[in-house]
Design a binder for this molecule. Structure first.
Ligand code: LLP
Length: 423
């Protein structure tokens, strides 16, 4: 369910015509709906109402301060993977006691920052990281709450780049070896074991890999408990997929029921780290057609947004719906929707039947709320685009468009290059 809909042939976000926002802020821009974000959070959270649980929104999916605040206002915690994400979440007002810190490569200064703030737990991904966190916590006179992120070796059946729970992936500690890593952790003086963590991949469209994983996690938890290692939290990560095209992912309610049924009687607080399912379909990328051209063999629609703004199609071959902002009778054409970047991989839609657009028209790239802006870059020296949040009949610029000045911010020409003809 989302709040992008047509009224008399014009695309609206809640009660605001998308074209009016384009006229005010220019193109391209990301556009999010407050009602959709709120609804997605509520549905997801309520899907776990039968179990003590904490939703820790995965900041990486969309890290804008306003989006973080929106979820925090709903009671959300956060899943972070860097000091930068922690900083953002704190700025947005998160309760540090609701922060879980994942990621294979935490740096000492990031660990220190998180310990200073008193986060809930570190999801540790290697034995060396265990030792590093123990040492830093010791230096600071703190106890670090930890979970081990175990790798259950379950195939999530998703794109290889976003599959993380197979033994050949770099993530987590092999579940077979985790028992001995837990014993090591128990003997380290500055660590407090509080949980078990896992995340097997993203954009999962089936329930079965999650359930298979839970079976293995339950077994691990009971073995840990037999050894007197108390486990209070079970963090099962994120990964629930959304519909981009013809996928049929389980509804969050089905996901919640399946998980709670599997975990019945397990005396643990469940932690969930959803990203995409909360924000993916709550955002679109709005772009304008610059030109159309009949190539030798193909028809191209050239728009003002490129792979630097939305990299998912280029990176993963992902499908995003393409819709007109103003509807009119039009043919469908086999075409590619491409950006201005100097790479043949710069496409938002490739060789697809698309509505026929003409120069000057606005195009909505659908389902762009997750891993859209957060993965954007300045490649080809393109200022990053603004982000706009609609609330009912108002819209708010929640991130300004970058300027040429901000593009070169922090760059310096060293003195030896400043004299012409030298260097
Ligand atoms: N927790 C951990 C430890 C993660 O690594 C991730 C995502 C999540 C939670 C959130 O997963 P989600 O619920 O969003 O599936 N850039 C890719 C997705 C990469 C996901 C990385 N980890 C894409 O655009 O499809």
């Amino acid at each position: 369910m989302h709040h992008f809909h047509y009224v008399n042939g014009e695309l609206y976000c809640e009660q605001v015509p998308v074209a009016a926002i384009a006229a005010a802020v220019g193109t391209p821009f990301y556009l999010y709906s407050t009602a959709t974000l709120t609804h997605h959070f509520r549905v997801f959270d309520q899907a776990f109402a039968d179990m003590p649980h904490l939703v820790c929104y995965a900041v990486k999916a969309n890290s804008n301060l306003a989006i973080l605040r929106l979820f925090i206002n709903q009671g959300s915690g956060v899943d972070i993977v860097s000091g930068g994400e922690l900083y953002r979440a704190l700025q947005a007002g998160v309760d540090p006691g609701k922060v879980v810190y994942s990621g294979v490569g935490k740096r000492p200064e990031e660990i220190r920052f998180a310990l200073e703030q008193g986060i809930l737990m570190f999801n540790i991904e290697s034995s060396q990281e265990l030792v590093a966190i123990d040492q830093i916590a010791g230096e600071m006179g703190k106890q670090a709450g930890i979970a081990l992120r175990v790798n259950p070796d379950v195939d999530p059946q998703t794109h290889p780049y976003i599959s993380t729970g197979l033994k050949q992936n770099k993530f987590g500690i092999n579940i077979e070896k985790s028992l001995s890593a837990y014993r090591t952790a128990r003997d380290l003086p500055n660590l407090e074991i509080v949980g078990v963590a896992c995340h097997i991949g993203s954009q999962l469209t089936q329930l079965s890999p999650f359930i298979e994983t839970l079976g293995r996690l339950k077994e691990l938890i009971s073995r840990l408990r037999q050894e007197g290692i108390a486990i209070r939290y079970l963090d099962i990560g994120g990964g629930l997929g959304i519909q981009y095209h013809q996928e049929k992912p389980p509804h969050p309610l089905e996901y919640g029921q399946g998980i709670q049924k599997e975990l019945a009687g397990l005396a643990c607080t469940l932690i969930l780290e959803p990203g995409r399912v909360l924000v993916g379909n709550a955002g679109i990328l709005v772009t304008r057609v610059l030109y159309t051209k009949e190539g030798e063999e193909k028809f191209f629609i050239i728009v003002d947004a490129g792979m630097n703004d939305l990299s998912r199609p280029s990176l993963y071959g992902s499908f995003h719906g393409v819709q007109p902002v103003v509807e009119k009778p039009r043919r469908e054409v086999k075409a590619s929707l491409v950006g201005p970047i100097c790479e043949s991989g710069d496409f938002l839609a490739k060789d697809r039947l698309l509505p026929e657009f003409s120069a000057g028209e606005l195009v909505a790239i659908m389902s762009a709320g997750a891993y859209g802006f957060s993965m954007s870059s300045n490649y080809n020296s393109r200022p990053r685009v603004p982000e706009i949040l609609v609330h009912k009949d108002e819209f708010y610029v929640i991130r300004e468009r970058e300027t040429y000045e901000t593009l070169i911010q922090g760059e310096h020409i060293p003195p030896f290059l400043q004299q012409e003809g030298k260097g």
